[in-house]
Design a binder for this molecule. Structure first.
Ligand SMILES: Cc1cc2nc3c(=O)[nH]c(=O)nc-3n(C[C@H](O)[C@H](O)[C@H](O)COP(=O)(O)OP(=O)(O)OC[C@H]3O[C@@H](n4cnc5c(N)ncnc54)[C@H](O)[C@@H]3O)c2cc1C
Length: 411
């Protein structure tokens, strides 16, 4: 690998979301320079709709940072994933889960997106993250990469990572398109947001999350730390729909007769911001998805439906594995391009599996026919817990381990 002798190896990262900011941390841990280009203003970058599950696999990678302190900060700010489950709309249980079933204290952490973004940004700051202007173009040659931002700024580096989400500009340029290709619509939209409940009052004891499944409808809640909770609701509908009038009024019509605590959560949402989005994914690219010194991570490479809470976790894994592959490649005498193609090939297998399972769970959970709902409910009701847990073992058994320089393969 070639790099300018006088400057540290520089990784230009497009996108200051969960994937891009986490990657910047791993790049710096490797002793390199990270520069994050983010199109949104800083305040917007540090916000986000509702909360998010960071599960054991994502946490395993985050634990490699700052001697575990970043992961600890997530736990301090957020809520541990404890017992929870899927229920019918009348509240009867379909599938219950508990960390005890797999001999763990918890199954990860839930945190508001704003808190997560702020924790990830905290140790990076303005020296690393450049908000307020998006990537316009980039070009590369054997010596490196040059990017031009929408405000005319030009930056140079040794490689470029597109962590710029579902509508990735980097991916569009790599695919030599004028505009991004349209993602695939799932058939359902999502509402989400945060709400407060003092002393858990309306929520069941001993659980930190729950989902309620109806006909083409789903409602879920989870604890994101302190008195704060996040909700989400899915509905089968046409793409591009918008709420007529208040979103909360629409949610009351759809979910107002669901079992407790759903109606009380709807009351707690009074005055809170509710976001609505269409849910989309893209079938993963088989094999390498980058070119030369440019690659993609997270939703830019492999956006998935949110049904198993893995999109951001995979983006975090991507960043960790990318830096490991580059470090190993550098000591083994590979070019940047060779190391990038190898890691893309490797990641493609795992994210393809996540994509497929996310779609399968979505199809079951969003069933909207009498027979489909009956079959789904029977399947989940009769499935033993151990089988449900086994289904996801391949995800949570992921162990990130930062290899010491001495253990990297030499050329
Ligand atoms: C309803 C819902 C619930 C979800 N729940 C979970 C969950 O519980 N757990 C989980 O792991 N995942 C979850 N996900 C998925 C998760 O949100 C995404 O996979 C994750 O945010 C992807 O991170 P990213 O950094 O790749 O992309 P993004 O978060 O999309 O970040 C991309 C960034 O790039 C910036 N950008 C875009 N274009 C440009 C440009 N031209 N120049 C510069 N910057 C640019 C954007 O402003 C943005 O900041 C959920 C998704 C949805 C929709």
């Amino acid at each position: 690998m070639q790099s300018n002798q006088n400057a540290p190896f520089t990784v230009l990262i497009v996108g200051g979301g969960i994937g891009g900011l986490t990657l910047a941390h791993f790049v710096r841990k490797a002793g390199w320079r990270a520069q994050v280009i983010e199109k949104r203003p800083l305040a917007e970058m540090l916000s986000g709709p509702g909360g998010i599950f960071i599960q054991l696999n994502g946490l395993s990678a985050l634990r490699q940072l700052d001697e575990g302190r970043l992961a600890e900060a997530l736990y301090a700010q957020g809520g541990s994933v404890l017992a929870g489950g899927f229920h019918r709309e009348d509240g009867s249980p379909l599938y219950l889960n508990d960390p005890e079933f797999v001999g763990r204290q918890d199954l990860g952490v839930c945190i508001s997106r704003a808190d997560l973004q702020q924790l990830l940004y905290r140790d990076l700051g303005p020296e690393v993250v450049f908000p307020g202007s998006g990537l316009a173009h980039f070009e590369q040659d054997e010596g490196g990469v040059r990017v031009q931002l929408e405000d005319g700024t030009v930056l140079s580096g040794d490689m470029l990572v597109g962590a710029d989400g579902l509508w990735s500009r980097v991916r569009t340029i790599l695919e030599e398109r004028a505009r991004p290709a349209a993602p695939e619509y799932s058939g359902y939209c999502c509402w989400r947001g945060l709400f407060s409940v003092p002393d858990r009052q309306i929520l069941p004891e001993n659980s930190s999350w729950a989902e309620y499944w109806g006909f083409g409808l789903r409602f879920g809640w989870f604890h994101v730390g302190g008195d704060r909770y996040s909700f989400y609701a899915f509905k089968n509908t046409e793409q591009g729909g918008a709420d007529e009038g208040s979103s909360l009024a629409g949610l009351r019509t759809l979910f107002g007769d669901y079992a407790a605590p759903v109606p009380a959560i709807l009351d707690a949402l009074e005055g809170e911001t509710i976001y609505r989005d269409d849910i989309c994914d893209r079938p993963p690219i088989k094999g390498p998805w980058g070119k030369g010194r440019a690659t993609l991570i997270g939703d830019a490479a492999h956006p998935v439906q949110p049904n198993i809470g893995q999109g951001a976790c995979q983006a975090i894994e991507d960043g960790f594995e990318l830096v490991q592959a580059l470090r190993a490649g550098m000591t083994a005498g590979q070019t940047v391009a060779e190391a990038l193609r190898a890691i893309e090939e490797q990641r493609s297998k795992r994210v393809t599996r996540v994509f497929k399972v996310s779609r399968q769970v979505g199809e079951l959970a969003q069933s909207d026919t009498r027979w489909g709902v009956f079959a789904r409910n029977q399947l989940y009701r009769l499935m033993p817990n151990w089988l449900g847990d086994l289904q996801f073992r391949w995800l949570f058994d992921y162990e990130a381990e930062w290899r010491s320089d001495k253990l990297l393969p030499k050329a």
